[in-house]
Design a protein around this ligand. Structure first.
Ligand SMILES: [Zn+2]
Length: 485
């Protein structure tokens, strides 16, 4: 009998359709995972020549059965996979279907020298927007050039490797590969690092580890040199800027905290009152004046020099850290607890390392020596701290000190400015003052006495100033409304 197979596109393939054939290119092939019920499954993302994608699942022993099929970016002729509507909770669009590929599905590799280019189906997060995902539950897809690979490491039994990726924002960032992502793609990348490979990192996490770090998780995928349309211009950029990239790597710019989380623009700031109201763990930029809290606070503690886990130890003990598994020295780490206030409210905030030390009039060593002699001048510390304005990227954490669940706030980075400098920069034209007073009168006053701290004269000037910096945004909003009317 004659082969009457007719090739159709993904859009036509619906549940209960019989005897269909399509051509699918493998866009993504995740590592096999374990379902909650304990079944192994592997998820593929396939794409047709119309740029339509579909997710396909392979289960249990069929994963092994298809081990030589579904190579990344290759095209296959597929007939009669089982097709079902995607369960509602996983559905990204209406009528979305999932294919179930088992050993009765016909899968045939297409013999071609190189696969066609993949159209723009990904939405990549630009490097400058990574910070918006720090320590929250979302994951991101990103596109970058690998500029450097670090040697393989181990976290317990799990192999890890840091690779440094960069895009045309000239901000190199560390991506940590875990487990099979290291032994497979990590090793592949290491072998071809001289060629500055292009990678697509799918479903990776952004964390505040060492300020800003990307890392793979179980469901992530790392695509090495994928034939995607979006890659060509970035590869070109890397070739043209090779010397500058090399220089950034030599300077270890990926460790430069001020480059990873630079001072935000005015419209990226959020008020303390709003920040406190947000229910999520997400980190936000806030700005305010600090006040030294609690003159009995201890300004340092002993910690792992690598991961900052605290230990009851003497400084300079050599230990194997129970948290990061590295052979490390115990080092003193600066910690400072302040109260940060803006015109809307206040919170208690923990600062660490340089973020804390930059506010103190003494070095950590001096503090330790003065403490030993019971001569630490807390008034000098108080004064040094209170003459500044801090712009802080702050995250909420659940505190586990003492009883009960209390929210704790930690600064991921702190940019310091001198208060008089900022005030002098704020325009005090009649217009802005007028707007500011209009805004102030329309804003309801604090509902409780605790909501706003008691101001010194200096603070009230400053809060007025901070209100003025708020006004341009509000004015713009009014302007838009005016235009509409
Ligand atoms: Zn450690």
């Amino acid at each position: 009998m004659e082969d009457d197979r007719k090739v159709i596109g993904f859009a036509e393939i619906v549940p209960r359709l019989q005897y269909w054939t399509t051509i699918a290119q493998v866009l993504d092939k995740q590592k096999p995972l374990l379902s909650k019920a304990g079944n192994r499954y592997q998820k593929l993302t396939l794409i047709d020549n119309q740029g339509i994608t579909v997710e396909a699942m392979i289960y249990k022993s069929d994963i092994e059965f298809f081990r030589n099929h579904f190579n990344l970016y290759k095209r296959y002729m597929i007939s009669n996979a089982r097709v079902e509507y995607t369960p509602l909770e996983y559905r990204a669009h209406e009528n979305q279907c999932t294919w179930y590929i088992d050993n009765s599905t016909i899968v045939q590799a297409i013999d071609e020298a190189s696969p066609p280019e993949i159209p723009s189906v990904f939405t990549f997060t630009p490097f400058r927007r990574f910070y918006q995902h720090i320590d929250d539950t979302s994951d991101i897809d990103t596109l970058g050039i690998v500029a450097q690979v670090h040697p393989r490491n181990h976290r317990g039994p799990t192999p890890t490797r840091e690779i440094v990726i960069i895009d045309n924002s000239f901000m190199p960032v560390i991506l940590t590969l875990w487990g099979e992502h290291e032994t497979d793609e990590g090793q592949t990348i290491a072998n071809i690092i001289q060629s500055m490979p292009l990678i697509v990192a799918l479903r990776v996490k952004v964390s505040s580890y060492h300020t800003l770090n990307l890392s793979t998780k179980f469901g992530s995928s790392i695509l090495v040199n994928p034939p995607i349309q979006q890659g060509a211009s970035l590869k070109q950029w890397a070739v043209e800027n090779k010397s500058q990239i090399t220089e950034l790597i030599a300077q270890k710019a990926y460790c430069d905290r001020a480059k990873l989380l630079p001072q935000p623009s005015e419209d990226e700031l959020c008020t303390i009152a709003d920040f406190l109201k947000f229910p999520t763990k997400k980190a936000y930029w806030i700005q305010g004046t600090p006040r030294f809290l609690d003159r009995s606070q201890h300004l340092w503690y002993n910690a792992c020099s690598n991961c900052h886990k605290s230990f009851r130890a003497k400084p300079l003990w050599k230990i194997v850290c129970t948290s990061c598994n590295k052979q490390v020295n115990v080092v003193p780490r600066c910690r400072l607890t302040i109260e940060l206030a803006d015109y809307s409210g206040m919170l208690t905030l923990d600062l660490y390392d340089n973020d804390a030390e930059q506010l103190l009039p003494f070095t950590l060593l001096e503090i330790q020596e003065l403490e030993d002699k019971h001569q630490l001048n807390y008034i000098a510390i108080e004064q040094a701290i209170e003459n500044t304005i801090l712009t802080c990227f702050v995250k909420k954490m659940m505190g586990n000190r003492g009883s009960g669940d209390t929210e704790k706030y930690t600064a991921i980075i702190v940019h310091k400015a001198n208060a008089p400098e900022i005030i002098s920069k704020i325009p005090t034209t009649p217009a802005s003052i007028a707007t500011s007073s209009t805004c102030a009168s329309s804003t309801p006053g604090p509902s409780t006495a605790e909501a706003v701290p008691k101001h010194s004269t200096f603070d009230s000037e400053l809060f007025t100033a901070l209100k003025i910096t708020e006004s341009p945004t509000k004015r713009q909003r009014t302007d838009v409304t005016d235009m509409e009317q």
